[in-house]
Ligand binder design. Structure first.
Ligand code: HEC
Length: 292
């Protein structure tokens, strides 16, 4: 933590977004937004839902072309059928329709933060679904199709993630925040290095997206994942899948690698999603999004 603070001080001297260890979520949000609004003048809050396409007019044309025949549509239909087959709606408020914007949320009964994927997995088990037999794992495939369908029903609803004044909620928020700012991997990069301080610049052949709005369009449909798979669901991935991939790209071991994490989520990634979602409050859900 001391090291982080030293880094934060150095960064604030350079006029970057400081990471203040004991700041409240509210003041973090103000600083975080302020940073991105200053860095991308003229880009509106909702434009940040579109990642690199929201900050670059030329790239936006590619996105518009991809959206003309959305490759995620067959997958949403499959997700909708699975949602009905496994009676997912029975476990959620409003029958599971248009609720994604409230996730992740802090559950005061068990003192933990729940992601939508986590709650769907719990629901399936409660409904007697044999995850192994049905080949339902975290991060992709059927689960991602179900939550992609749920995200689709939330389109247009503004992200509304709450960090209540409860020590356990704040601890989860701070764990996610720390993950976002901490350097890791052989390349010694933090999420903030790429998605804040270098957002809008190129990393090899890739334009780097701003972290503001990162969560709005997940699960996402990626051309790259689609190309690596064989069925209609191959392109889908949850935000956890993305986090693991970004950890890997800097040669850090993804937290959710290995069989142990096939059927459950890593709490630190849920915390990271909690932090990134809180920062994105007020942005309307537009999932599933299309990405390269
Ligand atoms: C070495 C730079 C680098 C680091 C470090 C990095 N990423 Fe990424 N990330 C990328 C690139 C490149 C992409 C693809 C282009 C884009 O959308 O930014 C990406 C994409 C993403 C996306 C998808 C954006 C979208 O619009 O769909 C998310 C979410 C994300 N990263 C989160 C993270 C988080 C959280 C961390 C820290 C654990 C992290 N990344 C660390 C390079 C990085």
């Amino acid at each position: 933590m001391k090291k982080l603070l030293v880094a934060a001080t150095a960064l604030s001297l350079l006029g970057m977004m400081p990471m203040v260890a004991n700041a409240s979520p509210e003041s973090d949000l103000k600083a975080f937004r302020g940073f991105f609004f200053k860095r991308f003048p003229g880009v509106k809050l909702q434009d940040f839902a579109d990642g690199i396409y929201g900050i670059d007019a030329k790239r936006k044309e590619e996105w518009t072309a991809m959206e003309e025949f959305p490759p995620y549509e067959p997958g949403i239909d499959i997700g909708k059928k699975l949602f009905a087959k496994y009676k997912v709606g029975s476990c959620f408020k409003n029958g599971g329709i248009a609720i994604k914007q409230n996730y992740p949320y802090f559950n005061s009964k068990d003192g933990t933060v729940h992601s939508l994927e986590g709650d769907v997995l719990t629901c399936l088990e409660k409904n007697g679904v044999d995850l192994k037999a049905e080949k339902i794992t975290t991060q992709k495939g059927k689960l991602a199709a179900i939550t992609a369908y749920m995200a689709f029903t939330s389109r247009g609803k503004k992200i509304n993630v709450v960090v209540p004044k409860d020590k356990r909620a704040l601890a989860a928020y701070n764990l996610g925040k720390q993950h976002f700012y901490a350097k890791r991997g052989q390349l010694n990069f933090s999420c903030a290095d790429c998605h804040a301080y270098n957002s809008g610049r190129m990393a090899r052949a890739n334009l780097l997206s701003p972290a503001l709005g990162h969560v709005s369009h997940f699960p996402v449909y990626r051309k790259q994942w689609e190309a690596g798979g064989t069925d209609a669901l191959a392109g889908f991935g949850t935000i956890e899948r993305r986090y693991g991939g970004c950890n890997k790209s800097i040669r850090a071991k993804p937290l959710n690698e290995g069989d142990e994490w096939k059927f459950k989520q890593h709490p630190e990634y849920v915390a990271l999603e909690y932090f990134e979602s809180y920062m994105s409050n007020g942005i309307a859900i537009n999932g599933p999004g299309i990405r390269e």
